[in-house]
Design a protein around this ligand. Structure first.
Ligand code: NAD
Length: 369
């Protein structure tokens, strides 16, 4: 393995940027060359707080993009993902973009087109992909053991787990629970199915907790959904029921289920308590339901025990992909499918009607193994 130094920039120096910086610091041969944030002085304060000696700080990310950098982590709020990402790709930098990819399909398309035009990778930061049990689920579905998969239920429910700050303001986050944690559930289900193309979405979204000061201290600023549900039809006669909650009067919205003609797969989220009940990188259990010798049976699939730091792993994989000149580990082209769905959810909920979804030919499909 070459030891050429990989020079990285970080755009947006809020909460998650700290985890990017911490991860890059542990990877040999990586230099965090610069950080930028739109709030004057915030990047400089970040550089100091994280002990990044020699790292430059800018109040305008376009100055950071003038530097000779190999890659950029884009860590801005969802509605501010598009422009820094497009500009970074056009400036010849590879991009690790935080999840969710964007809010609208058009934003996602702009970023993927910039990646294809520039020949620079656009990878989306879904760290749960690095859980070996996610790979196990994908291997089971791909193995054909379920037969033809015709129905999937995914999503999950936090009983009371609403974030605040930039996450709850439509102008910055674009969407609420659907985009924030729903994107993980969609990735769990759709990655296992190699990202089929969606055709229609029928959705409803609600905000009964966020806007209520009894439940949220920033209720007056909370203007995204705290709960959403959607029925999505895909090519290949597949239907997916998606539901996700930041807050509700219930302990759980159940498991992620794949129904196939030969077997069914049930995935239970890990953990207990208000903030659990959603897929965020750890699997509680995997069970396969099937018939055997004329009887109905269930096989408990043994989980892979591991102590992988999933977040560090996604950052390391980005760096390795740059070093090795490989494609994006989690390609923008694939995650465009999610954007089409989230975009469809928001349109359908607003129109109170089913909407059509259309994605270009290059969207979807499996990631490189
Ligand atoms: N992968 C994960 O586990 C994970 C966890 C939390 C957040 N996130 C994602 O990370 C992103 C950022 O979340 P956060 O919690 O760090 O938010 P945050 O509000 O703490 O930080 C965002 C920062 O971006 C800056 N910013 C906004 N527009 C900018 C621009 N045009 N140029 C430069 N800086 C700009 C803001 O000033 C702010 O400092 C979101 O998309 C969120 O969904 C991912």
């Amino acid at each position: 393995m070459t030891t050429t130094t990989i020079r990285i920039g970080i755009i947006g120096s809020g909460g998650i940027a700290g985890m990017h910086a911490a991860a890059y610091k542990t990877i040999p041969g990586v230099e965090i060359a610069a950080v930028a944030d739109a709030i004057p002085g915030k990047a400089a304060e970040f550089v100091e707080r994280h002990g990044l000696s020699g790292t430059l700080a800018f109040d305008d990310y376009r100055e950071l993009l003038q530097l000779d950098l190999d890659g950029v982590s884009v860590c801005t709020p969802n509605s501010a993902h598009r422009q820094p990402t497009v500009d970074s790709l056009e400036a010849g930098k590879h991009v690790l973009l935080e999840k969710p990819m964007s809010v609208t399909l058009d934003e996602g398309l702009d970023m993927v087109r910039a990646s294809r035009r520039s020949g620079r990778m656009l990878t989306i930061g879904f760290q749960p992909r690095y859980d070996p049990n996610m790979k196990l689920i994908q291997d089971i579905v791909r193995s054909g053991k379920l037969g033809k998969v015709y129905y999937v239920e995914t999503g999950g429910g936090r009983r009371r787990g609403m974030p605040g700050g930039t996450f709850i303001r439509k102008e910055l986050a674009g969407a609420g629970a659907m985009a924030d944690i729903g994107c993980y559930s969609l990735d769990l289900a759709l990655n296992a199915l190699d990202y089929p193309k969606p055709l229609t979405v029928s959705a409803s979204t609600f905000n009964h907790f966020g806007r209520n000061p009894v439940y949220h201290p920033e209720a007056d600023r909370f203007d995204v959904e705290d709960f959403g549900t959607a029925l999505i039809r895909f090519e290949g006669d597949l239907t997916l029921h998606f539901k996700i909650s930041w807050a509700m009067h219930l302990d759980s919205l159940g498991t992620t289920n794949f129904l196939g003609t030969d077997a069914g797969l049930k995935i239970t989220p890990f953990g207990q308590g208000n903030w659990s009940g959603v897929w965020d990188g750890k699997v509680g259990s995997i069970q396969m339901f099937h018939d055997f010798m004329g009887g109905q049976t269930m096989t408990q699939v043994p989980l892979v025990e591991h102590a992988i730091d999933l977040f560090r792993e996604k950052v390391r994989d980005f760096v390795d992909a740059i070093r090795e000149g490989r494609g994006a580990p989690i390609p923008g082209e694939q995650i465009l499918i999610q954007q089409a769905i989230i975009d469809g959810v928001l349109r359908s909920a607003e129109q109170r009607a089913e909407v059509s979804v259309s994605v270009p030919d290059f969207a979807g499909g499996p990631a490189e193994d």
